[in-house]
Design a protein around this ligand. Sequence first.
Ligand code: PNS
Length: 163
Amino acid sequence: MTRAVCPGSFDPVTNGHLDIFGRAAALFDELIVATGTNISKSRLFDPDERLEMLSEACADLPNVTVMGFDGLIVDFCREVEAQAIVKGLRGGNDYEYELPMAQMNAHLTGVETVFVPTTASLGYVSSSLVKEVASLGGDVSGLVPASVHDRLTRRIGERRTGA
Ligand code: PNS
């Protein structure tokens, strides 16, 4: 039985993430999509909201489970008995950012990181850009699942009115 963890902030999950989940799910018997907190990033959605959005978005992927985690990703991998971490790569910047984390995680527990290249047509999609464009009134409806788009529109409206 092969099991991998695909970790991220997923604030919110995008169609780029879903592309990686689907392709990683074809490589392993089980894939756990794990939402954690990147302490250096500001967040629009709280952990429960991110978990709900991920669960809805992954509902059609039979061997994918969605979980939250705190602390080190390597400890979570050990807890769920995963042999690998999966990360999507959009380009060189992602590689520069991800490589030391992969090496640190391998140093800590020996867990391997598998990099999956993003489908070219989705290479420009990131949660940060989606939030920025949406908050300035741009159309991001084709870049995130419909339920995420609804929540994003609502949250940005709330932020604008201070609700
Ligand atoms: O969406 P992101 O920013 O790529 O997600 C990063 C995340 C949450 C997966 C990463 O920050 C992480 O693994 N955090 C857990 C803490 C940890 O293990 N830090 C050391 C990494 S070498």
